[in-house]
Write a protein that binds this ligand. Structure first.
Ligand code: FES
Length: 94
């Protein structure tokens, strides 16, 4: 096993889980929101903020669910309209 320290200060995991005929974040616009957050983080905070697509975070009925580290905080009931607020919150956490 090899260990390596993470380079980014903030790691953001956006649930993109999909289920047929059941509630899941993918059906609530998670993919589009993740694409926007990844693009923003790469362009404006490369090396500081890293955004990942994740599997189910166990908060399906409250999705779109986002987990933020090192704050150990969930953002829940997120919609595409929350993009600006998410960006602001992450920048404040830097
Ligand atoms: S499907 Fe997103 S938290 Fe479970």
């Amino acid at each position: 096993m090899k260990k390596e320290k993470l380079k980014s200060q903030i790691e953001v995991f956006v649930c993109n889980h999909h289920r047929d005929n059941e509630e899941a974040c993918a059906g609530k616009g998670a993919k589009e929101l993740t694409d926007k957050l990844k693009k923003w983080a790469k362009e404006e905070h490369k090396g500081e903020i890293k955004v990942y697509r994740s599997g189910c975070l166990g908060k399906c009925s409250e999705g779109i669910a986002i987990a933020c580290y090192p704050e150990k905080k969930f953002l829940l009931e997120v919609t595409a309209d929350d993009f600006k607020e998410i960006k602001q919150g992450l920048e404040e956490a830097l």
